[in-house]
Design a protein around this ligand. Structure first.
Ligand SMILES: C[S@@+](CC[C@H](N)C(=O)[O-])C[C@H]1O[C@@H](n2cnc3c(N)ncnc32)[C@H](O)[C@@H]1O
Length: 319
């Protein structure tokens, strides 16, 4: 079989991420009643991969939960490069409601997600509201508080238009999420996107999960593996180290930024949770897991000047 290249290879990373999540969820790492509606079972993944996904999902979840608790439910979430992520449905089924939720990805990816939602009663039920109808186009979906839009992040004017179509309110506290997305996009496009968001939003938290320490030997091997799969990783320069991850926010108008390697994050998660996870799949040898944890990070950027009461700079991973 021929390997996809360029944008096709980038879109294919969503299939891989969704399969990895489904594998870890079905093994009991965390709960998600919705992932199986979007992706079929694939091969069983290595324990290191499953544990890595658990650490990422848990840490991102903790930040999202704290954000909603701090700013209240009158807030928005924009998931950039959302793929088949199920966050909207998971939050809703946990009773965490937000005013508006927007997902963006390439139109080919959102078309598949629209199709999956349209033919699934459980997914649709969570989107329907008493007053609103659900409007579908082949690539976009608009409802009262959930919007799924197809757009190339490199085309800022289209991104702006799609956000307007999704009824974004720039005055409302907004959480932006990008998990393994920015690394695929040329730095100038990410800078424009981050500057635009910082200039429009009065208060916001950006949660970015992706590669870090890409200049060392292990990082170079990771890069060449991804390149062999056709992914050029155009945005890798921001993944040099934790400082370069933070600097990208500081250079584009955000008030502050903080970054943790996944190694630090794993050690911040509650001991009882780590004990449970370590029993799901036992690891004789933890060197590979450590290397993986050292090469991924979460970097947050915030904007809350004039709204110090939100104290977004104090958000923590260790609960
Ligand atoms: C590795 S997947 C991650 C998906 C999801 N965030 C997750 O963690 O499961 C990367 C996603 O970013 C999207 N993406 C990358 N570059 C993009 C671009 N220029 N415009 C829109 N989406 C893009 C891909 O289509 C893909 O769905």
């Amino acid at each position: 079989m021929q390997c996809p290249v360029g944008d096709d290879a980038i879109r294919a990373t969503n299939d891989d991420a969704s399969e990895c999540k489904r594998c870890a969820i079905n093994l009991g790492y965390w709960q998600d009643k919705f992932i199986n509606f979007f992706v079929k079972a694939g091969e069983r993944k290595a324990p290191e991969i499953n544990r890595g996904y658990y650490a990422r999902c848990t840490a991102v979840g903790l930040l999202i939960e704290q954000f909603i608790k701090r700013v209240g439910e009158e807030c928005q979430i924009i998931n950039i490069g959302a793929g088949f992520d199920t966050l909207y449905w998971r939050l809703k089924s946990n009773g965490l409601l937000v005013k508006n939720f927007v997902e963006m990805d390439f139109p080919n990816v959102t078309a598949k997600k629209c199709y999956a939602i349209k033919r699934n009663k459980t997914l649709l039920e969570q989107i329907h509201s008493e007053d609103g109808e659900v409007k579908f186009s082949p690539t976009d979906l608009h409802s009262a508080n959930y919007h799924l839009v197809g757009v190339d992040l490199r085309q800022l004017s289209n991104v702006q238009k799609k956000l307007v179509d999704s009824e974004i309110d720039w005055s409302v506290p907004t959480l932006l999420l990008a998990e393994c997305v920015l690394v695929y996009v040329e730095p100038e496009h990410i800078r424009s996107l981050l500057s635009f968001l910082a200039s429009q939003l009065a208060s916001a938290l950006f949660v970015n999960y992706e590669q870090v320490n890409m200049d060392d030997r292990f990082g170079q091997i990771m890069l060449s593996n991804l390149r062999a799969r056709g992914c050029a990783l155009a945005g890798v320069e921001a993944c040099r180290d934790l400082a370069s991850q933070q600097q990208r926010f500081l250079d584009t108008g955000w008030d502050g930024s903080k970054a943790w390697s996944m190694e630090e994050i794993w050690n911040m998660l509650p001991r009882e949770d780590r004990n449970r996870i370590e029993k799901i799949e036992f690891l004789d040898e933890t060197e590979l897991l450590q290397q993986l944890f050292q090469h991924y990070c979460i970097c947050i950027g915030w904007k809350d000047r004039g709204q110090e009461s939100l104290s977004l700079a104090d958000l923590r991973i260790d609960p």
